[in-house]
Design a protein around this ligand. Structure first.
Ligand SMILES: N[C@@H](CCC(=O)NCCCC(=O)O)C(=O)O
Length: 247
């Protein structure tokens, strides 16, 4: 059974023109880790929810852009030059529709932030400026340096069972983080400074996790990443078997 997983793209200017793009590593992790075929979803707005009928899963990728604070009730943005309104207008309704139908959702970095906002939660805009918090940004350097394991996270709930452990090391490339969890959002990993690092969505029919770190980065060399993408692939396969049987 061929699995199709949608990845909503970012809207960004490349070489002087507006393009729809996402880093290639997300698709590679779907192919190699989840056994699924990726399809890029152009951020064309709420109407895109219609493609969910053709998908077996949804992966929300990371991005240097930030969810606009007005979408979680905050009027002032601390990063007005780093927004992607087309992506926000597409992903938030897409997430709600996907969760409602039980489509498996894996949300990574910006993705966990979109997931939380879509469910009525809020974000910290500059987590490193909060008292007692670490600097979770990737910093300068080569990609290998920026995506190296950075700090410990304490795992709980279903995620701890999935990974077979209660703590692990993760990479970290984010200036924002979850503040108040949204409806049904259960925290399943915390950094030692209290930053939310992973969530599972409860009260929905399907498999739905958000991770603040990047399991897609060199996924084949990391046992946690392999477990996450394999579990996502199994969830997509079970979902596909169900709706195709009904079709
Ligand atoms: N912009 C958000 C989410 C950060 C994120 O998705 N980072 C991955 C890509 C970053 C990069 O490769 O430079 C935040 O900063 O919290």
């Amino acid at each position: 059974m061929s699995l199709i997983v949608g990845i909503p793209a970012c809207c960004k200017e490349i070489s002087g023109s507006i393009q729809h793009a996402t880093p290639s590593r997300y698709g590679a992790a779907l192919v190699g880790g989840a056994g699924a075929h990726p399809v890029l979803l152009p951020p064309v707005g709420e109407g895109l929810v219609t493609v969910l009928d053709r998908l077996d899963g949804l992966l929300l990728s990371g991005s240097p852009s930030n969810v606009e604070p007005r979408l979680y009730g905050v009027s002032h943005s601390l990063t007005p030059d780093r927004h992607d309104p087309q992506r926000d207008a597409t992903t938030l309704p897409l997430i709600r529709a996907a969760l409602a139908r039980g489509l498996p959702v894996l949300a990574i970095c910006r993705g966990i932030q979109e997931l939380n906002v879509a469910l009525g939660g809020t974000l910290h805009q500059q987590v490193q400026d909060l008292p007692g918090r670490m600097d979770h940004r990737g910093g300068p350097g080569t990609p290998e340096q920026r995506y190296r394991p950075k700090h410990k996270v304490l795992l709980s709930g279903q995620l701890a069972l999935m990974l077979g452990k209660t703590e692990t090391m993760v990479n970290s490339l984010h200036e924002q983080a979850l503040d108040r969890p949204g409806e049904g959002v259960a925290v399943e990993a915390l950094a030692e400074d209290g930053t939310i690092e992973a969530v599972r969505v409860t009260g929905v029919p399907g498999w739905a996790y958000g991770l603040q770190w990047h399991p897609e980065w060199q996924f084949a060399e990391n046992e946690d990443s392999l477990a996450i993408f394999r579990a996502f692939g199994e969830a997509c396969r079970a979902y596909a078997a169900g709706w195709r049987k009904a079709a």
